[in-house]
Design a protein around this ligand. Structure first.
Ligand SMILES: Cc1cc2nc3c(=O)[nH]c(=O)nc-3n(C[C@H](O)[C@H](O)[C@H](O)COP(=O)(O)OP(=O)(O)OC[C@H]3O[C@@H](n4cnc5c(N)ncnc54)[C@H](O)[C@@H]3O)c2cc1C
Length: 474
């Protein structure tokens, strides 16, 4: 079935840009489009908005019944929670520009505040003051990161240019987090605490996570644990990530269709045909703004580069779970860390205001059903033995066919083996995702960076063709 789509647009603006020859309807009354963006996460929303603002006719096709992708905010019995991407920071320039542009407000999570801490080392639970615990954490990650005798500073001296020190990067990309833990200097306790933090980062067995992705985080946080806490777990959008997603969408004339999973993308003479289960559309260019792990589930004709396809199948290692626990007790400010295979690897108090406590946690992959309060309580009690869990909330991003993973954390070898290929356009297909960003890869910021760049590529491609046609017609 070929679906007709009314694309809202200002005809006057479009007159100079519209690629009527390229986007001629494949059926009378059909789809006259310049750009189809696949996926309405932050990468796709940004690409769609920027293309529409350039005057292109844009259709945004989203598989789910909502926008926002791996960000998803909601109410949890009176507390505002985020199932996915949450924290932003002014040092993340792309997301901060959008946050400021749309006049949103900040809310703080009580990350890294004084309070209590629990950690498991050598199978034994330790409890103490957060300040003492953070001291151990800093000692551990400083030793862990010091792979070059300079605190890791020579690896990504320009974090937005990951191959600036290519020789060292190629050498270190062989290392997994587990490899580096084995070779790092430090007591078993420091190694266990460091392993807990790394398991939170890679959300998978430590053998699968690239050491270099940690050093990338470390460089983006100026080699400072306090900055890491502030930039990655402190400031969130009071109105929720959904408010930012909606603001971007509503800022331009973009036609959105939800519940439209794209199954096939076919490049043809002068355009691209996109098929969903219910419709067929045609445009001059496509931005594939789906997660890296999902890319290979769409049929591309001609087939995508094998490096891209391989990275889609194995590149992103994250398979963990972000879980919110509501406790009967008010436990105050608290942080907990445990190395795999402990089910909860990193957790802290997210809200001490409501009755009881709200804990946010990052859990190790496994078969625990965190929707089941009894199972969830058993898992959390490894770190907080006396608490009573009254409710939990989480989303299984790995089982979700439209994400298949959490944020992006590469496997050893993925950076040097595939990264440069991941954002390379193939004909009229352009790629955008937080998973392939240059800077804050694996973050909302990276998604916006990537969407902005893809829109720019599309404009360069389409405007060149418009100019060529105009000169040919003159
Ligand atoms: C648990 C968790 C915690 C996180 N915490 C943070 C954080 O605190 N701060 C931060 O900055 N980042 C965080 N991130 C990462 C951040 O959320 C992502 O990097 C970012 O949202 C990715 O945006 P994206 O547009 O690239 O991909 P997505 O948001 O995944 O968007 C891709 C879109 O494509 C759609 N799609 C997929 N397949 C198809 C198809 N076949 N047809 C049509 N549409 C399709 C999806 O439904 C989705 O809407 C977190 C992520 C997770 C999962």
């Amino acid at each position: 079935m070929i679906k007709g789509t009314a694309v809202g647009m200002a005809a006057g603006v479009l007159a100079s840009k519209a690629l009527l020859a390229n986007s001629s309807p494949i059926k009378s009354g059909g789809n006259e489009l310049d750009v189809i963006v696949i996926g309405a996460g932050f990468a796709g929303l940004t690409a769609a908005r920027d293309c529409a603002k350039k005057g292109y006719r844009v259709l945004l096709l989203e598989a789910r019944g909502r926008i926002g992708g791996r960000t998803y905010d909601m109410d949890f019995d009176g507390d505002h929670i985020e199932y996915g991407g949450t924290w932003i920071h002014w040092t993340q320039g792309y997301v901060w520009a959008e946050f400021a542009r749309y006049g949103l407000t900040l809310k703080e999570s009580p990350a890294l505040v004084p309070g209590s801490a629990s950690w498991i080392s050598q199978g034994k639970l330790h409890e103490g003051q957060a300040a003492d615990f953070y001291g151990k954490m800093i000692e551990g990650i400083t030793a862990f990161s010091d792979v070059d005798g300079q605190g890791g500073r020579t690896v990504f001296p320009r974090p937005y240019d990951p191959f600036f020190n290519e020789q060292l990067v190629r050498q270190l990309d062989k290392l997994s987090l587990a490899d580096r833990l084995r070779e790092m200097k430090g007591s078993p306790e420091l190694k266990d605490i460091t392993a807990g933090l790394m398991a939170m980062g890679c959300a998978s067995p430590l053998e699968q996570g690239a050491f270099l992705d940690w050093i990338k985080w470390w460089a983006l946080n100026d080699y400072d644990f306090g900055h890491l806490g502030d930039r990655q777990a402190r400031f969130k959008i009071k109105e929720g990530t959904g408010a930012l997603a909606n603001a971007i969408l509503n800022d331009a004339s973009v036609k959105l269709q939800v519940n439209e999973p794209v199954s096939e993308v076919q490049q043809v003479e002068g355009g691209v045909i996109v098929r969903t289960s219910t419709g067929t559309y045609r445009a001059g260019a496509v931005v594939a703004a789906v997660p890296l792990a999902v890319l290979d589930s769409i049929k591309f004709t001609p087939s995508l580069n094998t490096v891209k396809r391989g990275a889609s199948q194995t590149g992103n290692t994250t398979t963990g779970r972000k879980v919110y626990f509501k406790l009967k007790e008010d436990i105050g400010a608290w942080t907990g860390v445990a190395a795999p295979p402990n089910p909860v690897t990193y957790a802290f108090t997210e809200n001490t205001v409501s009755p009881g406590s709200l804990i946010v946690s990052f859990c190790y992959p496994g078969d625990i059903d965190f929707h089941n309060v009894t199972e969830a309580q058993r898992a959390l009690r490894t770190l907080l033995p006396d608490v009573n869990v009254v409710a939990t909330r989480c989303h299984d991003w790995t089982a979700d066919p439209y994400s298949r993973a959490e944020w992006c954390w590469f496997r050893p070898g993925t950076l040097t083996g595939t990264f440069n290929e991941l954002s390379r356009p193939e004909g009229r297909i352009h790629f955008a995702s937080g998973d392939i960003a240059q800077g804050w890869r694996g973050f909302i910021d990276g998604a916006i960076e990537s969407g902005m760049l893809a829109a720019r590529q599309v404009d360069e491609q389409l405007s060149k063709q418009t100019t060529t046609k105009a000169s040919a017609g003159a």
